[in-house]
Write a protein of this length. Sequence first.
Length: 386
Amino acid sequence: MPWFEAIDRSGTYSVKFDEAKQKFGTNDLLPLWVADMDLASPQCVQGAIQKRALHPLYGYTSYPEAYYEAIQIWMQKRFNWKIEKEWIVPAYGVVSSINFALGAYSKEGDSILIQTPLYPPFAASVRRKKRRILDNTLRYSDGKYEIDFNDFEAKAKEAKIFLLCSPHNPTTRAWSKEELEEMIEICIRYDVLIVADEIHADVVYKKKHYPLGSFEKMTEKCIVLNAPSKAFNVAGLNTSYAIIAGKKARKAYLAEQAKLGLSNGNPFGIEALMAAYTDGDEWLEALKKHLAANIAFVKTFLKEHALPIKAVATEATFLMWLDCRGLDLSQALLVDFFVKKARLGLNDGMSFGESGKGFMRLNVGTSRIVLEEAMQRLLAAYKERS
């Protein structure tokens, strides 16, 4: 299917490709790290951007009514979540929104609850804001991650904010309704505000994504952050949004965001969001099938060739979390094995926290041909080592 052929991104200022040498010390590898895809965005998005580009002015841009309506309709049809227009706060990006939320709802020295292994900007943002990290480390057993709820409750007693990653990156957990309800109950009990990063919500496989704000008890007691960035491969357009039902919480967030003057929209990002959310359903479903097939291919390859690497069950995202402890290497040597021996650029598991030791993150948002080459390189490197 031509939609899902890998695109050569070198020379386009792509972080994933053009910063590979800076990241890994060499260009002689397949870059499978940064969480964007090598697959073209859907035609509806391309067409909308191209049409807007034909207009010769690209000045300050406001958010039209259709922007808000597109988000409302998307949330309703994909997640059965009815939201009001005034809840939607246009934003620059989910990571910057996390920082605004930390600034709006906590102060220096406050404790912030996270769950590692975790997307690195979470912990980095907490440290940058001079808050204290409380780590409810996820428990790993039989190829799957679960929440240690006793530890979660003990730490929630001290926390001001809980930064929830849902679906979770890098473990790919699509939290069940029951798991979310238990976290919600605990956070309500101890008056902990939940800020939920749901940027991977649109790429969930056999399970279901439950937006945190769709729970009745959470409607006005949480901040939900989302964007079309991951599912539609438009991260470079810096267009996201926060959904904040509570008036007081929304006012505090807007005040924090205003400090940096980030109120104008990206004209191309706005067009991309509206096109993706209006006409992107069919493409998205086809993409998920492609990604699911890629994930199955990697799992089968590792098993059939008896590689001592286990793929953690992938419930969401186009990222695979690989348990490489069977290679019996220190983390430094593990990274060296992938980069210098297999010539593959993956994310170092330790960048996601201490609990990521022995793991690597693989991005399968590419073509089957690229993944086949990656697996052959991995197999050859393992055989040479053996």
